[in-house]
Design a protein around this ligand. Structure first.
Ligand code: CTP
Length: 415
């Protein structure tokens, strides 16, 4: 993950049972390319050993405010870091922070640190709900502390409730969002993702190979850039990124209804879904049976609504007489997975569908097929501008595309 390369993280660990998940967080951060400096409270070492933390972070574990030669550590350590992550952040650590107490290296360092701080609280659910904790969290958030979690689930004490520390990948993702420029802040992005399924009977359906990975990667990048994301998605194995408003649908007609309903409120729509162009003319209520004659089965298919073309037509339609002035048009981005002469097909499709930008890829090309982690795309803009990107990971395509959409929104001044 290029993003974390050369980034310096300071991981503060306080004394809760969730500290046993922190080694996994350190491993993830380092695997992503970040350097990790570990600072522990005294209690943290009751739950995770210094040896484990040193081995995984590849450096010394700091904890003693009065260590020989370390008299200015609380100043230097904070200065040399882009982001402080507190995982776990116990009720006690949050209370000391809220009161501005600096009675160990970690809390003193937090007083001296000026950059962003992300806390992953973890505690028993009654401790999390306690008025003192509620008060402390509200104070700290007012002071600019960012939180990830806690999650609801089974707690270490066996109780069920809110208080589980967020999982390490979610903590890392939250940190990444904090460090990402908010180029889509205040913007509402509408997306369609994945395949649709068109039922033949209660058992069978027509569909395609779309994995939804490209769409989910764009949604993740947009969320990191501060957008509100409404994600209308067909049945896919890829999960919507956390923070997106997911609207699961099955058929093309359901996808069309959900998308058209959200369209008037969005600033940009990115339609990545591989919508089934046709559906069976009738869907049988009972499972279809073989008649045993060996005769060929003929299916009658009817065309599905074209969501992209419908949105494009709505945008072009003049406002109804007497209506209040319309907001600036949402930006409309389509995708086209082609085989052979992809660019020619794409140019024709851009004209036919009337979108602002069409992102084209050749699914027959190595590395750009369905379900791959990479993609090589070309961007065809309505004004004739074309960009041909190299083979990139889908995450990188998502980030670059989000930057393009943000730039286009900034110049068109869409609502
Ligand atoms: N699309 C849509 N609704 C449909 C079909 C396609 O919104 N019923 C959108 C897709 O989400 C994509 C773009 O239109 O953004 C192009 O999809 P594609 O399937 O390539 O377009 P088609 O018009 O169906 O062309 P083809 O004949 O090549 O399948």
């Amino acid at each position: 993950m290029r993003f974390w390369k050369e980034k310096r993280l300071l991981l503060g660990i306080s004394g809760g049972i969730a500290a046993c998940k922190t080694p996994e967080l350190i491993r993830l951060c380092r695997e992503a390319g970040a350097t990790v400096t570990v600072v522990v409270t005294e209690a943290a070492l009751q739950f995770v050993t210094r040896t484990t933390l040193e081995a995984l972070s590849g450096g010394p574990v700091h904890g003693d405010l009065f260590a020989p030669g370390g008299s200015m550590e609380h100043i230097h350590l904070g200065r040399e870091t882009e982001l402080v992550i507190l995982a776990p952040a116990t009720a006690d650590l949050l209370a000391r922070m809220a009161a501005g107490i600096g009675n160990d290296l970690l809390t003193t360092l937090l007083l001296a640190h000026q950059g962003p701080v992300l806390a992953a609280p973890a505690m028993n659910c009654r401790m999390w709900r306690h008025p003192a904790t509620r008060r402390n969290v509200a104070l700290l958030q007012g002071d600019g502390l960012h939180l990830v979690g806690p999650e609801t689930g089974t707690l270490a004490c066996g109780e069920e409730g809110e208080g589980r520390m967020a999982e390490p990948p979610a903590i890392l993702e939250a940190g990444r969002r904090l460090l990402t420029p908010q180029i889509l802040a205040g913007k509402h992005l509408l997306m369609t993702v994945g395949p649709t399924r068109e039922a033949l009977d209660p058992v069978r359906y027509l569909t395609n190979h779309s994995s939804g990975k490209m769409g989910m990667a764009i949604a993740a990048a947009a969320l990191r850039a501060g957008a509100r994301v409404s994600l209308v998605h067909g049945p896919t194995a890829s999960s919507p990124p956390s923070g997106a408003t997911a609207i699961p649908v099955t058929s093309a007609r359901e996808m069309a209804a959900a998308t058209l309903g959200l369209w008037p409120d969005c600033d940009a729509a990115i339609l990545t879904a591989a919508v089934a162009d046709y559906r069976p003319a009738t869907s049988q209520a009972q499972k279809m049976k073989k008649d045993g004659s060996g005769a060929a089965l003929t299916l009658e298919l009817v065309e599905n609504p074209d969501i992209l073309a419908t949105l494009s037509a709505r945008r072009a339609a003049p406002p109804p007489p007497g209506s209040t002035p319309l907001p600036a048009s949402p930006l409309l981005v389509g995708f086209a997975a082609e085989t052979g002469s992809a660019l020619d097909h794409g140019r024709e499709k851009l004209r036919r569908k009337g979108c602002d930008l069409l992102v084209v890829n050749d699914v027959a090309e190595a590395g750009s097929g369905f379900g791959e982690e990479t993609n090589r795309v070309s961007l065809l803009w309505r004004n004739g501008r074309e960009e041909h990107w190299p083979l990139l990971t889908k995450a990188e395509v998502g980030e670059r595309l989000v930057a393009q959409v943000a730039a286009a929104l900034a110049t068109t001044g869409a609502k």
